[in-house]
Design a protein around this ligand. Sequence first.
Ligand SMILES: N[C@@H](CCC(=O)N[C@@H](CS)C(=O)NCC(=O)O)C(=O)O
Length: 204
Amino acid sequence: MKLYHYIHSDSSRRVRMYLAEKGIEVPGESVDISRGESHTPTFTVKNPLGQVPVLELDDGSYLAESIAICRYFEELHPQPLLFGRDPKERAEIEMWSRRVELNFAQPVKRLYRVRYHSGGALSAAAQDAIEAMEQSDLRATARFFDQTLAQRDFLAGADYSIADIMALCTYDMAVRMLRIPLEPDLDDLRRWYEAVSSRPSARA
Ligand SMILES: N[C@@H](CCC(=O)N[C@@H](CS)C(=O)NCC(=O)O)C(=O)O
């Protein structure tokens, strides 16, 4: 088994953090996406989309998509449970994971793309308008998460879950890497951030 990943990829970090929470060790190989290494013919046979992370299985097949990879490990090593313990909890974690993916992670990924990979195709005005729109979506979601976290310790409920891993990876990409300032009054989101960032898995 081998995990193809990249140090600055938030999607790769989801898997690294997940594995660290579980105490599972998987050999890794770095794919430098900034140098186009995920679009070489040797890599696109592993994932035709040219993206990391990718898990190579012992039978020579490949799994892509960070959450699909984590779900695979959850079946093999259920404890500690990070996708929920019963139908209701699993559905709630899925609900929050989808909210993180669609309303938090995607605006940040689009913003990154517009800022660094638009290839000069957009005018400065169009670029500013898209950046403002994505930042606004991100801030609205951050406020929604803050209100949720005023009621409980973790995003999907009383227990830490994959939804927290996903949200932390996006938070760091937005705030630390892309320097998008979040509003200063999101105290519950910040309390959650301090708590999840201080877990050893956050260093993965
Ligand atoms: N939905 C995918 C997203 C994967 C993704 O966006 N990977 C990025 C790095 S975070 C990548 O490999 N980008 C290189 C490229 O698209 O050329 C997942 O969750 O694994």
